[in-house]
Design a protein around this ligand. Structure first.
Ligand SMILES: [Zn+2]
Length: 172
């Protein structure tokens, strides 16, 4: 089955072929640049399209993201800023939360795309949210050359998990 050709936007659902098996800075040494498999290439393109819808009047740094769910769907997000800066949201979290709002809670891969020439690293908050919903592969799209691919376990080797907050004492 083929995906519609219309541009992705936050909340937009694009069906992909098959299903997944599965701040800017230096890339981790474990990242690799290689030809993307088909579904990841589509994910990177969806992230780049989503970037066009960024609401970034303060930073003027538009970012787009896209997530691939276990059933092969793609959901996108963009950064959404606010005059009260602390209320701003990263594109990665908008994409993940959009998937969750549509009933998809298992995400296998996430792609993020920033301005040309910038290879973006997801911030710590986004890495934590990625872990919550099962992201394994992070694709750092780049306008120059092949995207970098890194595992979330390399980006966040010691996540905070639900196990951490289970009650340990019945009396509490
Ligand atoms: Zn973030």
């Amino acid at each position: 089955m083929s995906a519609p050709k219309r541009a992705a936007r936050p909340g937009r659902v694009v069906k992909t072929r098959g299903s997944a098996a599965g701040g800017e800075g230096a890339e981790p040494s474990s990242s690799r640049r290689e030809r993307l498999r088909d579904d990841h290439a589509r994910l990177a393109r969806a992230a780049a399209r989503a970037r066009r819808r960024a609401y970034a009047p303060y930073s003027r740094f538009p970012v787009g993201a896209a997530v691939l769910t276990t059933d092969g769907m793609i959901y996108t997000g963009c950064n959404v800023e606010n005059a009260s800066y602390g209320l701003s949201l990263c594109a990665e979290r908008v994409a993940i939360h959009t998937a969750v709002a549509q009933g998809r809670r298992r995400v296998t891969a996430l792609a993020v795309a920033g301005p040309a020439g910038a290879t973006l690293m997801p911030c710590g908050a986004c890495r934590q949210v990625m872990d919550e919903f099962g992201v394994q592969t992070v694709i750092l799209a780049s306008a120059r050359g092949a995207p970098a691919i890194v595992s979330l376990s390399d980006l966040l080797p010691w996540p905070f998990t639900g196990i951490s907050i289970r009650p340990r004492h019945a009396s509490l």
